[in-house]
Write a protein of this length. Structure first.
Length: 194
């Protein structure tokens, strides 16, 4: 019997995101990365990343697991809007009208990475880690996250409490939690060769 995840409910997920120490969050994130690798291997599918505020932390957690080259194609750290636009294909109008920290931007970032790397799955993060950078309607700790594949797109916003490091680590934990949930609850797009 395969243990799908160490996170048993939305309540537990929220509790970890709100109250856990940074060490606990990193430990739980490592457990998620192990489970994600297993799920992707079982499905015969690959993952790519497009990161802004997390600056490569998502990719780092994935590649910390031995054998990650079998499931991780690559990632783009797109901190500047010009990189989001020219490397990941986020439309200039979206960046101008909605901003870098928006549902539309992370969705386009994830889809850009998925297409660029030819993967079934892609994840993206963009947010305001602080201590500065808050905008009207977007306080410090605001993070938009996207998980995409050929069947569906999931985009959601979190507002995390904590310092810059805590916001970034909680963002990684949250996006990997969503990815694992979808991996465990969506049929594979691969077909059997029998």
């Amino acid at each position: 019997m395969v243990r799908k995840t160490t996170i048993n409910s939305k309540t537990e997920l929220d509790e970890i995101e709100r109250c856990a120490s940074i060490e606990t969050i990193r430990e739980k994130t490592h457990e998620l990365a192990i489970a994600i690798q297993k799920a992707l291997l079982d499905r015969g599918e690959m993952l790519s990343t497009a990161e802004s505020l997390t600056g490569g932390l998502v990719a780092s957690h994935i590649v910390d697991i031995a054998g990650s080259s079998a499931v991780f194609a690559g990632g783009v750290v797109a901190y500047q809007n010009e990189i989001k636009e020219h490397v990941l294909g986020v439309p200039h109008a979206i960046l101008e009208e909605k901003g870098a920290v928006s549902a539309e931007t992370v969705l386009n970032m994830a889809e850009g990475a998925r297409q660029k790397f030819g993967c079934e799955w892609a994840i993206a993060t963009s947010g305001i880690a602080g201590p500065g950078g808050a905008e009207p309607g977007k306080p410090v700790g605001t993070v938009w996250i996207a998980v995409t594949n050929s069947l569906q797109n999931e985009v959601f916003c979190k507002i995390f409490a904590g310092n810059r490091t805590e916001v970034r680590e909680k963002s990684v934990y949250s996006v990997l939690s969503k990815l694992l949930f979808l991996l465990n609850n969506q049929k594979s797009t691969c077909t059997s060769e029998h």
